[in-house]
Structures are given as C-alpha cells and as structure tokens.
Design a protein around this ligand. Structure first.
Ligand SMILES: [Zn+2]
Length: 274
C-alpha cells in the first residue's frame, strides 16, 4: 500500500506534467472505484484547466479553480501514468484525462480501493471537512515533541499502533513505523505510556527523518509501487527490519523477527529494540 512518501513521490512527479494543462476530454473507463464514477462528473471536467496540485496526508488534490477539483487517493494499488494520447490502454485503467498538449494522465488501480472524485462548490465543504479533521503530518509545526510525549503518556496502546493512529499524526504507515522504531531502539510492542521521554524524543525525530529520507529516495517499492515514469522507489535499500524476517540485523546480526499487531506485520530486532 502506498504510504506518505510514495504518495509524495507521485505528487511531485505529476506536478510538472499536470499543472497548467487544459483537459480536452475526461474519460472514465470503468465506474467501479471506492466512489462510483459517473459520466456526468467526467463531462464536467472537459475544458477545465488544472491550476495546481497539493497533497494532504495520502490525498492528492487537483485544483481546477472556481471551487472545483479532483480528490485523488491511491488506495492499496493505485498508480498514475503520464503518456501520449495514442498509447494503448492497460487493464485496470479507470480514468483518463486527455490534455491539450498531446499527453494524458491515467489512474490505474487493480484492487479499486482508490478514489478519483470530482468535487465542486456544493461538495467542497464535505471534502474540506474531511481533510480538516486530519491530524498534523510529521513535518507540520503542530507535531511538536511535547505534544507527542504528552499524548504518548496517555495511551496504553503498543507504541507501534500509537504512532500509526491517524488521530495523533498522519502519514506513519506500516513500513515507516517499523523502521522509525528500529532506529529509536524501541520494541514495537512496548506500551506508549511505558516509553521513556528520551526514547520518545528520539522516536519523534526518527519518524520525521525516516519519512524525509524515503521521500528523497522516491519511496519504497514493496508490492509493486512505481512512480509516474515507472521507476522504483530506492528507500528499499535503507530498510533495516521491514520485510526482513529471519535475516541478520544490519547492526548486531541477531535475526529479525516478525509478529502481527492489529492484523499488520511488524518487524523488529529483539536485541536492538527493548
Ligand atoms: Zn539488531
């Protein structure tokens, strides 16, 4: 599943191809995504010019100006392509925006958990309300060490579940939660309120650092993630625990363990993480 760094990578790759482009025609090839796609909506996109893109949590917003836009979410398996008008369609290409410059933007999603939703001034508040409810991102000024420690001290959840809880901070998904905890030497099963101030301070910094690094390297290519030009994310080489069950720890050579927490795999080094 694309996490924040992968979405940011897609967002940055799309930006130069999409901003300022006029949509000659929008084509919805299949109605079945998380929200149903309708031709009434695709017709409303024709002849609109994309003003700018921005990202909030794992959403990409395509702003068309005049209180109109498209809300985009990659879901589990969504990907975007920019290609020539005449390129052949592929299986699971759901939406296609043909631009006036001869290029088109495709949204492909085999598992169909993604979102590609047109909004306008009538539905804007619904979209905005949803986005406003989101907790700060790790890079936001609002995500301070003190507020992080204060909230941790009130939670009896395992620390990994706590940092993945989008009510406190958004964008720390499964891969980056495991990696930040490894860098901080914290066992993922430790209760949030049982972590020391020192280790929570380290964790706060490491969450930000891991996500920054992953964005710089174009994300992590696990379960087929590819950016807009088809290239892989290079953070895969910086993984110390995620997906490495039974491999020797790169720091101490003890074997990496895998456990399941809230239905998700967690990887950690039993020696380095206490
Ligand atoms: Zn180790």
């Amino acid at each position: 599943m694309p996490e924040l760094p992968e979405v940011e990578t897609v967002f940055r790759a799309l930006q130069p191809h999409v901003e300022g482009q006029t949509i000659q025609k929008a084509l919805y090839r299949s109605p079945k995504l998380r929200h149903k796609l309708t031709t009434e909506d695709s017709d409303l996109l024709n002849n609109k010019t994309i003003q700018f893109l921005h990202r909030r949590a794992k959403y990409i917003l395509i702003e068309l100006g005049n209180h109109e836009g498209i809300l985009l979410h990659l879901g589990m398996t969504g990907s975007m392509r920019i290609e020539d008008h005449a390129a052949p369609f592929q299986k699971h290409d759901h939406t296609c925006l043909f631009f006036e410059n001869g290029k088109r933007m495709i949204f492909n999603d085999p598992r169909r958990f993604g979102i590609f939703k047109y909004w306008n001034k009538h539905t804007k508040t619904e979209v905005q309300k949803g986005l406003q409810k989101l907790a700060p991102e790790p890079f936001d000024d609002a995500f301070t060490i003190n507020s992080f420690i204060e909230k941790s001290k009130k939670s009896t959840k395992p620390i990994k579940n706590f940092i993945m809880d989008s009510r406190y901070v958004v964008g720390v998904g499964n891969i980056y939660a495991s990696e930040s905890l490894f860098r901080s030497g914290i066992r993922p099963t430790r209760k949030a309120n049982k972590c020391t101030r020192k280790s929570l301070t380290a964790l706060h910094g490491n969450m930000i650092e891991v996500l920054r690094e992953a964005i710089q390297l174009g994300g992590t290519s696990i379960s087929d993630f590819r950016t807009v030009d088809g290239s892989e994310g290079k953070f895969t080489q910086n993984l110390f625990v995620y997906g490495l069950e039974g491999e020797p720890c790169r720091k101490c050579e003890n074997l990496i363990k895998r456990i399941v927490q809230s239905g998700r795999s967690t990887f950690y080094c039993p020696n380095c993480q206490k």
